[in-house]
Design a protein around this ligand. Sequence first.
Ligand SMILES: [Zn+2]
Length: 468
Amino acid sequence: MEKFYVTTPIYYVNDRPHIGHAYTTVAADVFARYWRVKLGDDQVFFLTGTDEHGAKVAQAAETAGEDPQVFVDKIAQEYMRAWEKLNISHNYFIRTTDPRHTAVVQEVLQKLYDQGLIEKRQYKGMYCVGCEKYLTSTEIKDGKCELHPNAELVAQEEENYFLKLSELAPQVLQALENNDYRVLPKERREEILSRIKAGVEDISISRTGVSWGVKVPWDETHTVYVWVDALLNYFSATQIVKNKQEFWAPDLQLLAKDILWFHGLVWEAILIALKMKLPKDLFVHGFFSIDGQKMSKSLGNILEPMELAERYGVDGLRYLLLTAFAFGNDGDISVEKFDVKYNADLANGLGNLVSRVAKLAEDVDLSGVAKADDSLDARIEEALKNYRPDEALGVIWGEIGALDKRLDDDEPWKLVGEERTKKVLSYIPRLRWVAGAIRPFMPETAAKIEKVFAGDTVARPEALFQRL
Ligand SMILES: [Zn+2]
């Protein structure tokens, strides 16, 4: 691997940043930070951003009594502030209302139209306001949208432009079966494979009567659906940002399972039609439940990342999110569980270990300490190549636990003279290693620990994690 281009989905601005957005973005940040160290800063491109068009956004702006552009500007700012707070190291924040992006969208649509892959048809179907699209027969369960069972479907008839997805699907299927692009974990690959094999219908890509969107270039009475516009951000960013063209195609695209259809099939169909390189890996992570319940505005159980960052510190929150459950699975989180884990792994675990060793080494000369042994690095790299930050952190915390236990067994505080010094010095390379290993996950904590053990004498450590 020579370069690493990683993307999060762009987040829809009808919603403020919540814990699900933070989860995906922190994970992407870990991969970006890890590969920057391995490949060099210039070899990594980390993209995130906001999805700002569509009827739902126009509606939300109207409810707020605001011009849509003013409205989306404000929410985009909220996302940017949230990512700054969580120490997210994205190289670019793309916004779909950027005219340079919309120009790329129009260019792509025109190309597909010129190839005869887009066609105007009269359309009659069941429309889901939640999805902002007409549903295919497989997406309707008991007369309701699978994803929005509480919303009534609306029977509508209108003139739409259609992308001939059925014509492109066999090539997508072949590409997926050949591993020209991978969908991970394998259950998600199975899911998308079986959905493609079950038959793919052409898909409506435009509507009339929605003004807040990208205009269809050859017919300005139509605007394109927000998802067409949104998918193309991954490409347009490489055109907009200076010197990023050579980063095409993405090496890793993170997404949650509700947008698998668009990312695992429609996206590749468009790229194949344009004769463009496909992304290498799509990794689909799961959903959170909060205390056993689905997170929802109506239940009032939305966890605010900013509030959690106040409680656990930014690095504490990053750690708790990444270790809550295996990346790729669904999982349940709660403040109670986070509190227990925070105290065990961070306050009593890493934080306590650092202060114990720092205290022992207070008046020891560290100048002759050997370089850290790095036999665990390969396991961390392996875990991250498999997109399992939780596993990588498990390796590091295994070492932290082992060091803690060794301290208890060795009881170096009972030793004196050279024997004590020798024993104490044996811990320093391990602590230096821990500091380096946690850097992509917990950059501020890593820097604090490095400062303690970097010099010829130990620097007094700041408290890393206050017990709750
Ligand atoms: Zn829906």
